[in-house]
Design a protein around this ligand. Structure first.
Ligand code: ZN
Length: 727
């Protein structure tokens, strides 16, 4: 039996990333722009195979060939006829789906390796009997020989990503240690070269170290072009070592990225977008991060576009040294239907703000709509999909030009949805209703949270000239009945004053506003909810919050007594507040599951929401706002930290519940993404079912014209570097 940590369960959640509604509402030009950007992303996403493990490109090619010759159902019939059990074939399908979803054989979250959950012999039997093998026996056998050993190997060094001796990495040749990585960083810094789009290969000749710093670019060393990078592509003596900067890494893939960015340019919505793409084209052609930074500056200036995207060597989590970026590219589109509801909410904001439980003086003089767009992801190529993004990562640009905060609506919606069988910690009788209303209640909560949550409330400030933004004589603190005694001065801000507690506290305030205002009939009307449906949405929204408070325990670290996720901490705090309200509103019970292991059930008495829940929430929300408005750091911290504390005190025993939550945590879901293709003047969106077979099919149709050529390129690129990872 393989350690379950290194295999994916056969019933892993696999969901369609539904983008149909948002996509259909795009104009023809917007669709074309989104289509060509998506193509650029998908080609670039293949780079991740080369950035993950030496064997990943061959595994990808093997699986793709198998399914190109036979679709998942046909290959399944063959497996059955060979005597493989349904479980064994499903295990292979899940493995294949996960290779595509992670773009390699290491999990994008956690960086651990995963292997097929069937024996090597069984898989070999299937490969040998497959149509792909019948058609091309020599090639398939060679492919198998190249990757089968490492595909199944769980030698300690291969179990996770890491530098030489401790793990696998293709950002470095296998002989590089952390000292080599440090030395290379010093060299790169000395030459003002960014590490983001590089890899490092070390060779030793005549006792002398030679390091190759290879830049990702279409152009190779012998291109006699006089571009920004030409001066840097050469040999440098650095201390006693030689550093040779070369370029052309991933060239055939980046060529296709550039080609599609050019096509996208023709359909850009404005000059800023076109300029942005021009910089990206330069960046990928020349290997210039400077050009990528220029593109990022344009990207920040392109505020609130209908089609949003970002592409390049972005996140450095998977470089063991933390400075090389993994390729990612995404295209997301504004959900115009959802945006219309949010716009109606903004239009009603002035009235709704009066409903909030604090005096008018604690509200801003005029409502300022916070910068918020919820986007639905059309394409997210790379190793994994986050639910929200805050980029660019270039610190210098964040300081001077800023950044963008993007919430990915359809990713979030799926991340919190689940099949009934896997719905943890709810009473049996709540499950159907929860599944039915989770989506609509989530929409209401997100809208209220972002617009009226983060958008509400005033900070009392005395500026440098001594002037106040409130009437000291008139404003009374509703908590104390006295005048305002503390406020922000000069350059002080919410974040600088409340520092480490600021972000979670603010998320908690926004979540509370959502729970509180969802009780309002007018709000529900804006979301087209009436009568029983409206009542159900209120109930499920509140129930979901208390369940989330329990799930939050996953993000608490007892060793350091700290929380790792602002939103989840906020939900735990709300659960505590509602438990404290008493009156039978929330009940939290330790139970034993059908499997004999510890379990828990959280429930909410819907008849008590108005009488018990609302006043408790009202009181807490007012406290949060008053302490925030008055810059009362001591009071705010004391309140928030008290509710954030996780102890094993009776009756809840949260520390034990944390073990239960970890025990029953669902494996991270895989997403099935759509394909787009041009037909005449129109762009067609094709979606696939949310299953391992659906995910495999989406990749089967992803590169309809050049799948084989791409695989040849990937294999050739991996082969050229094989000597660097050879044992
Ligand atoms: Zn928020």
């Amino acid at each position: 039996m393989v350690d379950s940590q290194y295999v994916l369960p056969n019933d892993i959640g696999i969901a369609t990333l539904d983008c149909a509604e948002a996509f259909q509402l795009l104009s023809p030009e917007e669709k074309l722009y989104a289509h060509y950007l998506s193509r650029a992303c998908w080609y670039g996403g293949l780079v991740v195979l080369l950035q993950t493990s030496p064997e990943a490109p061959a595994i990808y090619a093997l699986i793709s060939r198998l399914f190109r010759a036979q679709d998942p159902a046909r290959l399944g019939e063959l497996a059955h006829s060979l005597g493989l059990s349904d479980e064994e074939y499903q295990a292979f399908l899940v493995y294949a789906a996960a290779i595509y979803a992670n773009m390699g054989n290491y999990k994008s979250f956690g960086d651990t390796k995963f292997v097929p959950n069937l024996t090597k012999e069984k898989l070999k039997q299937l490969v040998w009997a497959s149509q792909a093998f019948v058609d091309h026996p020599k090639e398939m056998e060679a492919l198998w020989d190249r990757c089968a050993g490492l595909m199944f190997s769980l030698e300690p060094r291969q179990r996770h990503l890491g530098l030489s001796g401790q793990g696998v990495s293709t950002y470095f040749s296998a002989n590089c240690s952390v000292e080599d990585a440090k030395l290379a960083q010093d060299f790169l810094d000395s030459q003002n070269i960014s590490a983001y789009n590089t890899r490092l290969f070390k060779t030793e000749a005549d006792g002398k170290m030679n390091y190759e710093v290879r830049l990702a670019s279409v152009l190779s060393d012998d291109s006699q072009l006089d571009d920004d990078m030409t001066a840097k592509v050469k040999c440098f003596q650095f201390g006693s070592c030689v550093f040779t900067v070369t370029r052309g890494d991933y060239a055939p893939l980046l060529e296709r990225v550039v080609e599609n960015l050019r096509k996208a340019q023709e359909h850009a919505a404005n000059p800023t977008q076109a300029e942005m793409l021009a910089h990206y084209i330069t960046s990928f052609t020349q290997g210039s991060v400077t050009a990528h930074k220029e593109g990022s500056r344009c990207w920040i200036r392109d505020k609130g576009p209908i089609v949003e995207s970002y592409i390049g060597f972005i996140e450095s989590y998977r470089d063991p040294y933390g400075s090389r970026g993994e390729f990612e590219g995404f295209v997301a589109v504004v959900n115009k239907a959802m945006s219309a509801k949010f716009a109606r909410l903004v239009a009603a904001a002035e009235l709704l703000l009066e409903e909030l439980p604090w005096p008018r003086a604690f509200e801003k003089d005029a409502f300022l709509k916070p910068d918020f767009t919820s986007l639905d992801v059309l394409t997210f190529a790379g190793s994994g999909i986050p639910a929200g993004i805050n980029i660019p990562n270039y610190d210098d640009i964040r300081q001077t030009d800023g950044f963008k905060n993007v919430s990915l609506g359809n990713v979030l919606a799926v991340a919190y949805s689940t099949q009934k069988e896997k719905l943890t910690f709810l009473a049996e009788e709540d499950k159907d209703l929860y599944i039915q209303w989770k989506g609509p209640s989530f929409e209401v909560q997100v809208g209220l949270h972002e617009l009226l949550g983060h958008g509400s409330g005033k900070l009392f400030v005395q500026d440098d000239s001594g002037a106040f933004n409130f009437d000291q004589e008139a404003v009374i603190n509703p908590e104390t009945g006295e005048h305002i005694r503390s406020w922000y001065r000069g350059g002080e801000t919410w974040d600088s004053k409340f520092s480490s507690v600021a972000s979670s506290y603010e998320e908690c305030r926004a979540e509370c506003v959502g729970l509180y205002l969802c009780l309002n009939k007018e709000v529900l009307g804006i979301f087209e909810l009436e009568g029983e449906a409206a009542e159900d949405v209120i109930y499920i929204n509140w129930l979901n919050m208390v369940r989330a408070g329990l799930l939050a325990l996953e993000f608490y670290t007892p060793e350091s007594g700290s929380w790792r996720q602002a939103h989840m901490q906020a939900r735990f705090v709300i659960l505590r507040v509602l438990l404290e309200a008493g009156g039978g509103l929330v009940s939290l019970r330790h139970t034993t599951g059908a499997d004999g292991k510890p379990d828990a059930v959280v429930s909410l008495d819907r008849s008590k929401i108005a009488a018990v829940g609302k006043p408790a929430l009202e009181c807490f929300l007012r406290k949060l706002q008053v302490l925030k408005s008055t810059a009362d750091v001591a009071g705010g911290r004391a309140l928030y930290e008290a509710y954030s504390a996780v102890t094993d005190k009776e009756p809840e025993r949260f520390l034990s519940l944390r073990h239960t939550v970890l025990l029953r945590k669902e494996a991270r879901k895989l997403f099935v993404q759509a394909n787009t293709h041009v037909e005449g003047d129109d762009v067609i969106l094709v979606q696939y079912e949310g299953s391992a077979a659906g995910l495999v099919k989406s990749f089967r149709e992803r590169f309809p014209d050049d799948a084989e050529v791409l695989e040849q390129h990937l294999l050739a690129l991996a082969r050229a570097d094989a000597r660097f990872w050879a044992p």
